[in-house]
Design a protein around this ligand. Structure first.
Ligand code: TXA
Ligand code: MG
Length: 353
């Protein structure tokens, strides 16, 4: 494994069938030559990824879309104009040269042009389409720094390029453009509201469509740190290890409320406001401080999104047991953040996958 800034070298390794992790604006990706089945197969082995979950192909020039897609419908072109390079993956009819291992045998393929100078340079120099999932061990939080890639995959890949901390911090939006209107299969860096400004008919996939496997990634456990992730909704009780802490309730979304009980060791908090016990009151005649072992209070949803996966990993490194995540409104990037938090907490995924 090589840590490097040598993009020319990395591009050659990719062309020859090796595995290179690289920065994008969303998260770091683990790339392989998309038209070489063995190279793509090595991604699944390195990540421990289920074979039935297809990969996104990354391109460095817009016109390269025709190397991997059979057809690009008009609404897809409009979305590409508006959001490429950027955090939008577009599902299109699959081109002839794309091997089954990339698409998990589907007749569609997801394509994206990332908005990161290092990624674009790498893709342009490699001159081949590059299949790249997030560069984490399957199921773990996505990597937003090079260190996170090294932690998960350091001994399993040929190299990792430096590109700083990811600007968005959550993965791309996946939108299926093979039908009459674009259908969002995964929330991500481009919001539904933004998509609708360009193609007003864009809709979310229905539960039925998701259940029938239209968005294969949804069926697998994802984004999970070792610590338990617990979502805190405004007004909900804060449950600690199955029991309500004292008379603990979280106040309004903005302010947080009083938490009467104590937070046990090893609990972390991340959200847009202070945790509910901040500055907790005297009890039984003495000041009773309930310390959170670790805390991140972010100024807005964008910063929360950028921070959350790195926070999860830090909590694991510090051996913490529980991470309380404050819920946010499901609008704009908040929809993607809530999706990741819910999935990290284990909601809606198959156990044991
Ligand atoms: O931001 C991102 O998208 C990052 C960076 C590295 O580009 N990549 C990423 O890849 O998140 P991955 O493999 O972790 O997620 C790919 C998602 C999965 O939910 C998968 O099911 C979906 O894209 N996908 C890929 N091909 C598809 C297809 N043909 N039809 C439907 N969904 C597809
Ligand atoms: Mg992933």
């Amino acid at each position: 494994m090589t840590r490097t800034d040598d993009i020319v070298w990395a591009a050659r390794v990719l062309r020859e069938g090796g595995l290179i992790a690289f920065p994008t604006e969303t998260v770091y990706g683990l790339g392989a030559h998309a038209l070489m089945p063995e190279a793509v197969g090595a991604i699944f082995t390195a990540k421990g990824r289920p074979q039935d979950n297809p990969l996104i192909i990354h391109i460095g020039r817009r016109e390269d879309v025709y190397r991997v897609a059979r057809d690009v419908p008009g609404h897809a072109l409009r979305l590409m104009d508006a959001f490429w390079p950027g955090p939008l993956s577009i599902v299109l009819p699959r081109g002839r040269d794309v091997p089954d291992v990339v698409t998990a045998g589907r007749d569609t393929v997801a394509v994206r042009m990332p908005d990161h100078a290092v990624a674009l340079r790498l893709l342009q120099l490699a001159g081949v389409p590059v299949a790249a999932p997030s560069a984490n061990r399957s199921g773990r939080p996505s990597p937003t720094t090079r260190e996170a890639v090294l932690e998960d995959l350091g001994d399993r890949i040929d190299g990792v390029l430096e590109g700083g901390a990811a600007r968005v911090g959550l993965e791309s939006t996946v939108v299926d453009c093979t039908g009459l209107v674009p259908v969002v299969l995964r929330h991500g860096g481009v919001s539904l509201e933004e998509l609708r400004l360009v193609v007003p008919g864009t809709r979310l996939a229905t539960m039925l469509e998701l259940a029938s496997g239209r968005s294969p990634g949804i069926q697998h456990a994802h984004y999970r740190p070792r610590a338990r992730v617990r979502l805190v909704f405004p007004g909900s009780a804060v449950l600690v290890r199955g029991a309500t802490v004292g008379d603990a309730t979280v106040g309004d979304a903005a302010g947080g409320g009083a938490m009467g009980g104590s937070v046990p060791d090893g609990c972390a908090w991340i959200g847009l406001s202070e945790p509910p016990d901040a500055g907790s009151a005297e009890r039984e005649g003495r000041a009773h401080y309930t310390q959170w072992a670790k805390k991140a209070v972010l100024p807005d949803v964008e910063s929360y999104a950028r921070r959350v996966f790195a926070f999860f990993r830090e909590c694991d490194r510090e051996g913490l047991t529980d991470i309380y995540c404050q819920a946010v409104p499901r609008e704009g990037l908040g929809a993607a953040l809530m999706d990741r938090l819910e999935r990290a907490s284990g909601a809606g995924t198959l156990p044991g996958t």
